[in-house]
Write a protein that binds this ligand. Structure first.
Ligand code: LMR
Length: 327
């Protein structure tokens, strides 16, 4: 009798302390860019917040620089729950949610305020819901910045790009964009761009300044045109099964940390755009060209006519909604 009372007591004690030995929840967060970019830094900040606030009950392992998965595998890995978070650029969602190619449309946004109106408004919400139907959970939008074109010659008029092989992300909008100026678009994963430029497999590319600098593209591109012709940003996504297994408290904690990391990412995106402009100029290797308003008009006139081709795929309502937010 006394022995069974002792055993029952022992069981109760063990059950009480069991949570202390529970394995932490692990979030593998994979991305393809350098740590010193808006996405790289925001992922590190998110990790710090989650681990501090959960007192170690939730761990975030960040894998930058395509060190775990590259562009082609990242979303596959997420859908198989091999990773639990990623923040691919919109163009990488093509085979899951092609409507996200909306953001690739050239000259869609007047400025960052216009972009944020779209992301935080009805269009942004609709796109998060669409991603949610594909076994993912859209958690946030993170900024990088406007894309600039680079090559080994100045690209001042659209005709200057004719015949050049441009590396693009896997988006049909980007393909049409470069075809519209008689260039030759080539899809390549981000991790292969530097060597493709170096070995002249491609001649040119388009990037926000943080990627251009941290990938050292200035070493292999003599000219950079501040064209601001398109936008590159991210949707942070999680796996739905993983997300649904978390308890309410964990979901709340992660959502709040994501909100804070988003603010951090977006502030950093603006700061880094300025900082890396200085660094690119200081490298002395790339000449920076700024388009005059008249020159920019020429690019717009060539590139914006591709919109109607995508009304069906993206949705005219989304395109019109995004344009209307800028008026
Ligand atoms: C690219 O492939 O150029 C970008 O999507 C990389 C990134 O994630 O910023």
């Amino acid at each position: 009798m006394r022995k069974s009372v002792f055993l029952a007591g022992l069981m109760i004690t063990l059950l009480a302390v069991a949570p202390a030995f529970a394995q932490p929840v692990v979030i593998k967060f994979s991305h393809v860019v350098a740590v010193d970019t808006p996405k790289g830094q925001a992922a590190e900040y998110f990790k710090k917040l989650v681990e501090e606030r959960s007192k170690g009950d939730i761990k975030v392992e960040v894998y930058p620089n395509s060190s775990l998965y590259g562009d082609r595998e990242e979303l596959e890995a997420l859908s198989m729950n091999s990773i639990q978070m990623a923040a691919p650029s919109f163009s990488k969602f093509t085979s899951f949610t092609p409507q996200l190619e909306l953001f690739d449309l050239p000259f869609l946004f007047n400025d960052v305020d216009h972009l944020h109106k779209v992301l935080n408004g009805e269009v942004g919400q609709k796109l998060l819901t669409m991603v949610g139907k594909k076994g993912m959970v859209g958690l946030a939008y993170w900024d990088n910045g406007f894309k600039q074109m680079s090559a080994n010659k100045p690209l001042i008029k659209p005709e200057d790009a004719a015949g050049l092989k441009f590396r693009i992300m896997s988006s049909k909008v980007l393909e049409s964009q470069f075809k519209a100026i008689n260039a030759n678009p080539q899809v390549l994963p981000f991790s292969e761009v530097y060597s493709a430029l170096q070995q002249k497999v491609v001649d040119a590319c388009e990037n926000p300044l943080s990627n251009f600098f941290t990938q050292k593209f200035y070493e292999v591109q003599s000219d950079l045109t501040m064209s601001n012709h398109g936008y590159l940003g991210y949707m942070v996504v999680s796996n739905k099964l993983f997300w649904n297994k978390l308890n309410d408290g964990q979901r709340q904690l992660i959502s709040q940390a994501m909100k804070d990391a988003t603010e951090y990412a977006n502030k950093l995106a603006l700061e880094m755009d300025e900082r890396y402009m200085k660094d690119i100029k200081a490298s002395g290797k790339t000449t920076v060209h700024t388009l005059t308003p008249e020159q920019r008009k020429l690019w717009k006139a060539k590139l914006m006519p591709i919109y109607p081709q995508f009304e069906e795929k993206i949705g005219k309502d989304l395109i019109d909604g995004a344009l209307a937010a800028g008026k």
